[in-house]
Design a protein around this ligand. Sequence first.
Ligand SMILES: Cc1cc2nc3c(=O)[nH]c(=O)nc-3n(C[C@H](O)[C@H](O)[C@H](O)COP(=O)(O)OP(=O)(O)OC[C@H]3O[C@@H](n4cnc5c(N)ncnc54)[C@H](O)[C@@H]3O)c2cc1C
Length: 416
Amino acid sequence: MRFSALSIILNGLSGNTNWSAHWRRPEPKPDYDVVIVGGGGHGLATAYYLAKIYGVQNIAVLEKAYVGSGNVGRNTTIIRSNYMLSENNPFYELSMKLWEGLEQDFNFNAMVSQRGVLNLFHSDAQRDSYTRRGNAMRLHGVDADLLDRRAVQSLYPFLDFANARFPIQGGLLQRRGGTVRHDAVAWGYARGANGYSVDIIQNCEVTSIRTSNGKAIGVETTRGYIGCGKLALAAAGNSSRVAAMAGLKLPLESHVLQAFVSEGLKPFINGVVTFGAGHFYVSQSDKGGLVFGGDLDGYNSYAQRGNLATVEHVAEAGKAMIPALSRLRVLRSWGGIMDMSMDGSPIIDRGHLDNLYLNAGWCYGGFKATPASGYCFAHLIAKNEPHETARAFRLDRFRRGYIIDEKGQGAQPNLH
Ligand SMILES: Cc1cc2nc3c(=O)[nH]c(=O)nc-3n(C[C@H](O)[C@H](O)[C@H](O)COP(=O)(O)OP(=O)(O)OC[C@H]3O[C@@H](n4cnc5c(N)ncnc54)[C@H](O)[C@@H]3O)c2cc1C
């Protein structure tokens, strides 16, 4: 089933009763060439590219709940490639380029919207550091514009330019940044992978990993034992738990991050705006709700919900940036589990077993990285060597001291 203008019209005329399911619901087979643990954005994208680009035919994605139940369906939908370090920037730019062609590629409307991401700065020092980042982006061939206060004012007149504590001096704008409908990304990749005969097995939790002679030979699951030629872990917030099943301790912490959606408003915020004097980011969904978030809850947890102290903190930062938010009602909020690495950058690498592959450490940047992560992880699994843009995301960098500290926060995951 392909989507096209014609198929939509024809199905509309026949009462929309002839659409087929986007993916099958197969019973697990006894074994697969590649088993991917985690049916989030990264696991599904990996399966899609593995089948599509590398022609691997016998792949299963094992998901403990349902597709989209993890962070891929819980994030604040922001995409950007405004990274500074040369280990990160080309990778996130690869992701941006894949976003730009994704809907045509997997023939699914993921509502990719390049409406611009603006990072506000509030001091001379912050302006200098944003200028440096913008210059680094441009040197990598990525778009970046430094806006002065007046230019920001003409884009977003309702920001608090009179704020005495946090005066807005300007902002760094990446026009190609924006938003993507998060769960549609999971559905699009699942549908695309299904089109290449990948088995997406939901309600199938991996409970242990069987090894023999330095290899992973299969996984015990809530739906029985499944053998594997290669085992790829893409369990995001649960990466440490799943890796521990193979005897591997990862340098990760799992933290709660909350997201919020307000009541619907008339069009108000055209792009994504982030506060530079606190942690607050906001955009407006096509339904009219403001979608926003802030800092982590600041403690380790596997619960997909957060606490009121952080709600208050996020609301404070939001009101300092846009005073009119004080009259806004929040409609809903939720939490997700982020697997924060010790330098805030991800891990895409081989594990300690011969046929074990790791995709983990996705912090705030995990959603925007989805296409490139899947693309590079598929390359690693198929070829047993890293993709050139993901070469730096080695697991042993923490032991060797080659950390990729994009935010300059040091080894404090709660700050990344
Ligand atoms: C509130 C919030 C806002 C965010 N906002 C942004 C943003 O604006 N931009 C951005 O770039 N990033 C953002 N992120 C980060 C981003 O969402 C994540 O880093 C990214 O989605 C993680 O990758 P994933 O999609 O594969 O994760 P997930 O969707 O969590 O996928 C992992 C899957 O593994 C499954 N799993 C776990 N254990 C097992 C097991 N034992 N057996 C089988 N399956 C298992 C889980 O059920 C889950 O479905 C945000 C995160 C949160 C929580």
